[in-house]
Design a protein around this ligand. Structure first.
Ligand SMILES: [Zn+2]
Ligand SMILES: [Zn+2]
Ligand SMILES: [Zn+2]
Ligand SMILES: [Zn+2]
Ligand SMILES: [Zn+2]
Ligand SMILES: [Zn+2]
Length: 314
């Protein structure tokens, strides 16, 4: 290892020197970003060095925006007080954040726009737990009842056991009305009260419209809860990293990553597997060890930094 080279050769055996880390790497676009204005066509620093630099730059910039929207110099979640910056995000107070991020071609450019327009009103700092919970309800679960609460009520258990799915009751001598199998009320057999269903009695669903929409909503929540319990190592689901147990804050994490592609296949949105089919498929997956329960905060931090911020501190 002769260290006489103050100006080491740019190229060596088909490899190119990264000016940042000093390592010779293959002279291909797999290892260096393309940069047309350069003579050799590739960036002077290797991909991992440029990526690390821009990640660092972006997280420093995000912190600047978080500070600007916080009421103190140390940014914190306005709802729960969480102050670890790696769990925080900028929330649109009145919703519509996803569309706005799309409009600006990414979160970074939206934040840049906010800075350049003098930090307009309408935004606040929340942690990812509070933010996700707020987007499913109108407020975070810290300020309202949990959307999962009904699952544990006696009323729900009783109603569920007495439910006779797909059984509409004929009212003898009447074809213009039928009994809803949910609320057991006799209602007009019309599209105003029941949704169309080909093989149902009178071509209608067995549940009246309002029972069906409530039932559907509860079914989605119950399936989600079942999946959380299924992948849980304890009786009550909790975040494997920080122990958070509020159900609205929990998600199913892909231990080895690849969650985005998987969510696509499962028909879920960008941030969570939200479809019932997605959850049912996961529960049936024989490779149960692929998944673990995390809260949104730990999940976000893990995927952004390779490891949750809780672990980096230890
Ligand atoms: Zn490098
Ligand atoms: Zn919070
Ligand atoms: Zn909250
Ligand atoms: Zn009904
Ligand atoms: Zn957690
Ligand atoms: Zn954590």
């Amino acid at each position: 290892m002769a260290s006489k080279a103050k100006n080491p050769a740019k190229f060596k055996k088909g490899k190119k020197l990264c000016r940042k880390c000093g390592v010779y790497k293959p002279f291909t676009s797999e290892f260096f970003h393309v940069q047309n204005r350069r003579e050799c066509g590739l960036h002077s620093n290797c991909k991992s060095c440029t990526n690390a630099y821009s990640a660092k730059y972006r997280s420093k910039f995000t912190l600047e925006v978080l500070v600007a929207y916080s009421r103190s110099t140390v940014p914190s979640c306005i709802c729960c007080g969480e102050s670890d910056a790696s769990f925080l995000c900028i929330d649109h107070i009145n919703g519509g954040g996803t569309q706005e991020i799309k409009k600006f071609n990414g979160l970074y450019y939206l934040l840049l726009h906010l800075k350049n327009s003098g930090y307009p009103k309408g935004y606040q700092v929340l942690c990812h737990n509070c933010n996700n919970s707020k987007s499913t309800g109108e407020k975070c679960v810290h300020k309202r009842e949990s959307l999962f609460k009904f699952l544990f009520s006696n009323e729900y258990k009783k109603r569920k056991s007495s439910r006779k799915p797909n059984l509409s009751t004929v009212i003898i001598g009447r074809t213009d009305v039928k009994m809803c199998s949910g609320c057991l009320e006799v209602k007009p057999a019309t599209f105003e009260y029941f949704t169309k269903q080909k093989n149902g009695l009178y071509g209608l669903k067995s549940d009246c419209k309002s029972c069906y929409s409530e039932y559907r909503h509860q079914y989605v929540k119950e399936t989600r809860y079942k999946a959380l319990v299924h992948f849980s190592l304890t009786d009550a689901p909790e975040c494997l990293c920080c122990g958070e147990s509020e159900l609205e804050f929990l998600c199913i994490d892909h231990i080895e990553g690849g969650g985005k592609q998987h969510r696509k296949e499962m028909g879920g949105g960008n941030h969570q597997i939200s479809s019932v089919n997605g959850f049912l498929k996961m529960i049936k997956d024989p490779d149960k060890d692929k998944y673990q329960i995390l809260c949104w905060n730990c999940n976000f931090s893990k995927h952004k930094n390779g490891e949750c911020s809780h672990k980096q501190k230890n």
